[in-house]
Each structure stands twice: as structure tokens, then as C-alpha cells.
Design a protein around this ligand. Structure first.
Ligand SMILES: [Zn+2]
Length: 199
């Protein structure tokens, strides 16, 4: 039997247009993500949401040697989930990027408020397949998907529910190719329903 979990990656104000590191089209995907959230919660399947949750000073930021402008500093409005995102109360929240020495792009570097890692959470839920949506395709989505495959999970990338930063114009496409090469499947929301009907 397949046990599914939905992983919603970093749908936070700073990654949406107008934010400190706004991803073009970032808000367009939120209604699509919401439909997946509804499908999962109506089946009592787990919904997990990650938040980039940085300290003020981290090597991840440009001014301390990294490549990014200051974004998603913990407890700031930029780190809040985008208001259009409808997360149910049962959502499992995990946080990443707290270590000032590391970039921590992957959701598998995330942990909940009690310090339980995402992998441990998924194992205890007996999850075998992870559906991934969110931001950004070429960083946190990519590294989360690759780690998930390396850890033996089946992965579905919800292609119309992800968007990339595209520091270089083809970064997102290359990221998707890399993920698919690792054995992930690409799902479009219009085809998702038939998959949900499968036993
Ligand atoms: Zn970050």
C-alpha cells in the first residue's frame, strides 16, 4: 500500500512577489497548492509545510559570505506563510535554515518544534510517497526531492505547483530534469485526480 504525504515547501511571504527574495509566479501556484491540500486533508493524509527560518546572521546571506539577500528571518513577517495559503490546523510544521553555518535548502534538514527531523516524522507516519509543491524549484524543492529519492521515498513533483528562482534562466528546467533522472514522477494538477482514485 502507498502511504502519501504532501510536502509544501517554503510558501512564505519573502519567496513570493514583493518579498525579499520573490520568485516570479510564486503566488500563482498557491491556489493549485490549496487544491492539493484539500485533497490530502479530506483523505486524512498528512500535509507537511516547511518554513525557511533563519537567524539574523547566517552564512546563507550575502553580507556573511552567502549568495542570498536577507530573507525569512525567523519571527518576521517575511517568514510567515503567504496569507493565500490555506493550511489545515493538522498541518505538520517543520523549520529549516536555523544553522548559521549552512544553507540547508533541503526539507530533510528541517525539524519540528521538538527537534524531530522530517525523515523521522515521515517514517513514523509510514509515508512511502511524497508529493512536493512550493518554492523554489531550483533550490529547496530540488534538494528536498533528491534527498527524498536518496532516502528511498517515491516522489511526485507537482509541476504546476512549483516555481523557481532561475538565477540562470534554465535552472528550474535543469532541476526538474535532475529530479526526474533520480526517479521522481511529474504530475500536473489536471491529471492528479485519476491518481487520487487509484487504490
Ligand atoms: Zn533561505
Amino acid at each position: 500500500m502507498t502511504n502519501n504525504a504532501l510536502l509544501v515547501v517554503d510558501v512564505q511571504n519573502d519567496f513570493c512577489p514583493g518579498g525579499a527574495l520573490g520568485v516570479s509566479g510564486g503566488t500563482e501556484i498557491i491556489p493549485v497548492i490549496n487544491t492539493y491540500i484539500e485533497k490530502f486533508s479530506s483523505r486524512h493524509w498528512p500535509v507537511i509545510a516547511t518554513r525557511d527560518w533563519h537567524p539574523v546572521k547566517t552564512k546563507h546571506f550575502k553580507e556573511y559570505g552567502g549568495m542570498w539577500p536577507v530573507h525569512c528571518v525567523r519571527e518576521t513577517p517575511g517568514a510567515e506563510f503567504h496569507p493565500m495559503l490555506h493550511l489545515p490546523l493538522t498541518t505538520i510544521l517543520v523549520y529549516k535554515g536555523m544553522d548559521p553555518e549552512k544553507d540547508s535548502y533541503s526539507a530533510f534538514h528541517a525539524e519540528d518544534k521538538n527537534g524531530t527531523s522530517l525523515e523521522k516524522i515521515l517514517r513514523s507516519l509510514k509515508t512511502s510517497q511524497i508529493w512536493i509543491a512550493g518554492l523554489a524549484t531550483d533550490y529547496c524543492v530540488k534538494f528536498s526531492a533528491l534527498d527524498a529519492r536518496n532516502l528511498g521515498f517515491h516522489v511526485k513533483i507537482l509541476i504546476d505547483a512549483v516555481r523557481g528562482v532561475n538565477v540562470q534562466p534554465w535552472d528550474s528546467e535543469h532541476a526538474v530534469q535532475e529530479i526526474v533522472k533520480k526517479g521522481a514522477e511529474i504530475i500536473r494538477s489536471e491529471n492528479a485526480d485519476e491518481i487520487f482514485e487509484q487504490p
